[in-house]
Design a protein around this ligand. Structure first.
Ligand SMILES: NC(=O)C1=CN([C@@H]2O[C@H](COP(=O)(O)OP(=O)(O)OC[C@H]3O[C@@H](n4cnc5c(N)ncnc54)[C@H](OP(=O)(O)O)[C@@H]3O)[C@@H](O)[C@H]2O)C=CC1
Ligand SMILES: CC(C)(CO)C(=O)C(=O)O
Length: 331
């Protein structure tokens, strides 16, 4: 199988490099972030470390949408939610998509599969979630968080049908690539199980500018997580969505995953710290909307969305730190 990765950011590189290096399959990358493409060409590939160690350059093939003439069997999409609509439109205009191709994505949040379904038939869409942490510290510079073998991800078809031959082949390639795939029976329950996790870790770590290991040092983490999870489970029950994990399993996973990825700044913080918009509207914002649509107000999630947007707004008043004192604030 041949793969085309759309978005050579943290997770695009993670999937592409592990497929290329561990499964030995052909991988091409489509990237629109110019400094990233320039750096990949300049240094002869992407610079990859694991938990800050063994940094090395891995050669990869990277193209702009308009320069690409290949034909992968499967597209893998890893953009941020707010970039996706424009990216798909541009790729489609460049003639990248055709009816025989499958598409996989394990982006965080909700709303992306509806957008992808505008370009691909439903039975060729593979939904995914990835409990896999990757930092992008600069153009063409990534750090795979967690020891080798801790990678875990889920996949389900957008139709919830059993895997066909291609879906099974993708699963097999992901297994050989050491991405740790498991099948789930229902894509919505699978995705919401990840959305609730991100609605706790990504949002709280972002507002308090913490790594996941620092987050779980706080005694109140279980209580805060339980409050946020309870609202989601109650809203999902009213919406007829059944998560693949229980409330207790979700709380426990906040601790175990944060321990495994202790140096990780969740992807939301990576955007926040670079002055880019965050995905909060597609994570806690999606939960809040789901609750409203089913006569159940998720009060804490409604509040948390405002808090993250307020923190985003405040970035304009904060100067980057230049010495050991706290950040200065504009008058
Ligand atoms: N990182 C992680 O550990 C995980 C992330 N995810 C999810 O996967 C999806 C993709 O996330 P991730 O791979 O982290 O995304 P990245 O932000 O690393 O990369 C996505 C795209 O953002 C652009 N970009 C990245 N950094 C910059 C920058 N500094 N300046 C300008 N543009 C930049 C590039 O596209 P462009 O040129 O079009 O802007 C790039 O292709 C998201 O939905 C995320 O929530 C899921 C699990 C874990
Ligand atoms: C790695 C993980 C699970 C951390 O919350 C993630 O999804 C992210 O960083 O966005």
């Amino acid at each position: 199988m041949k793969y085309g990765i759309i978005g050579a950011g943290a997770m695009g590189i993670r999937y592409g490099v592990m497929l290329q290096e561990n499964a030995g399959v052909t991988v091409d990358f489509i990237e629109t972030w110019e400094p990233n493409v320039v750096k990949i060409r300049e240094q002869g590939g992407v610079s990859v470390a694991r938990d800050h160690e063994n940094r090395q350059i891995i050669p990869i093939n990277v193209y702009s949408p308009e320069a690409y003439s290949g034909h992968p069997d499967v597209w893998i999409i890893f953009k941020k939610q707010m970039q996706l609509a424009d990216e798909l439109e541009r790729d489609n205009k460049a003639g990248l998509f055709s009816d025989d191709q499958y598409v996989f994505s394990a982006m965080n949040g909700m709303g992306h599969f509806e957008k992808i379904a505008q370009y691909f038939p439903s039975d060729r869409i593979i939904c995914g979630t990835a409990m896999i942490a990757t930092r992008m510290d600069g153009p063409a510079n990534v750090d795979f968080m967690g020891a080798e073998g801790t990678e875990n991800m889920h996949m389900a078809r957008y139709t919830n049908a059993e895997p066909d031959a291609t879906v099974q082949a993708v699963f097999d390639d992901f297994t050989t690539a050491k991405l740790g795939p498991e099948f789930a029976p229902d894509w919505q329950g699978m995705c919401m199980s990840k959305v609730v996790f991100n609605a706790v870790t990504n949002t709280l770590c972002t507002m308090f500018e913490m790594q996941m290991g620092q987050f779980i040092e706080y005694d109140g983490v279980r209580a805060m997580s339980a409050q946020l999870f309870d609202e989601v489970f109650d809203a999902c029950e009213r919406a007829g969505i059944y998560l693949i994990e229980t409330r207790q399993e979700e709380i426990d996973s906040v601790i175990t995953v944060s321990k495994a990825y202790r140096y990780h700044y969740p992807s939301m913080y990576q955007d926040f710290s670079k002055g880019r918009p965050t995905e909060v509207d597609y994570i806690n914002g999606y939960i809040a909307k789901l609750g409203r649509e089913h006569d159940y107000v998720c009060r804490t999630h409604e509040f948390v969305v405002h808090e993250v947007h307020m923190a985003e707004m405040m970035r304009q008043y904060h100067q980057p730190q230049t010495d050991n004192t706290t950040a200065t604030i504009n008058a």
